[in-house]
Design a protein around this ligand. Sequence first.
Ligand SMILES: *Cc1c(COP(=O)(O)O)cnc(C)c1O
Length: 411
Amino acid sequence: MSDEADARSRDAADPGHRDLFDIPPATGGAYDEVAYFAGNSLGLQPKATQGELLADLEAWSRLGVEGHLEGVRPWLPYHELLTGPAARLVGALPSETVVMNSLTVNLHLLMVSFYRPAGTRTKIVIEDSAFPSDSYAVRSQVRYHGLDPDQHIVRLQPRPGEDTLRTEDVVASFDDTVALVLLGGVNYLTGQLMDIPAITAAGRAAGAVSGWDLAHAAGNVPLSLHDWDVDFAAWCSYKYLNAGPGALAAVFVHERHLGSDLPRFEGWWSTEAMTRFEMAPVSRPPATVEAWQVSNPPIFSMGPVRTSLEIFDKVGMLALRERSIRLTGYLESLLDGVDVITPRDPVRRGAQLSLRVAGGAGELARRLRHEYGVIADHREPDVLRLAPVPLYSTYHDCWRAASALAVLLRA
Ligand SMILES: *Cc1c(COP(=O)(O)O)cnc(C)c1O
């Protein structure tokens, strides 16, 4: 059997849920559809999204302001429809999870509560390869507290000659000057899955708060935020969660912080829903994460998150993870003589392989797209990222990517 026929037979045996998604047509190469490996950057559109979004628009045209309380999905409690599925996705209680805002905005709102430099405990630990938005966010938070970011941010680097961080080295950086540890659950560049429970526990033991940016982890790997005792977390919904460009993000705050007197920035959505229209001058925040909400949510952006989370609820994160391990392992097995910087151990990675490409990855990504219809992305200067997404990617996609790479890298 040829490698291509082998890939086809694997797809027949282990099909995933591609039929639930719109797959973009290819403009180059020998196949009608693209081989899409950029779902870690922008997930594809579920087929159900358009109709559901139109139904929400229709409610507005039919009901006007009455839509707040009437219709199939009244707007006032609309966000509650998303809470259960979002909580299940990350292993949280419904009281610990809410969908709101965008990711970096949420990180700021959470750091208002959880980055409280005092005395000599002032530092924030991040990865040196943190996503730039996270770097800028923590620097501006440190400055907001009147401190010098160059003195009060610790950027963790892999050991010389290594590409990813060792848990023991992360943990060794925690001392009594660290106020906050804010790491990516899955690193956007290397695809490394961090040992979230171990690092969280070590941070806590060192007297620091542990927050996680789960942009590349939510919908990619199973999470148990409540049981892992994570203090707080935030994630966006447009990568593995397929809710569309700039889709609403979500936050987690552990139960033990709910109802506490942590400082928060408030608005009318921070107060108990029952009291919202009393128009009282002082809020009465609920003892749930909803106390971190500020504004009334954009309903037409909530719909695509709801539609997408329903898919995760139906398929289940554990089943997805199993297919993900098979699919990523298959792609890895086809990549011959390529420098993969993602950990080789499936336990330490999600659905992404990052390749280091001598001479730069930009031109390679461009040729993959135009000549082969393979959509990967590159990160400066020399990393090509390929994410076989277990919901909709196929073994045949992996074969297409690997055989195209074999040709282009040999040249
Ligand atoms: C994608 C991503 C972001 C994007 O931030 P937005 O506020 O959604 O624009 C931030 N941080 C990480 C780690 C990301 O992967």
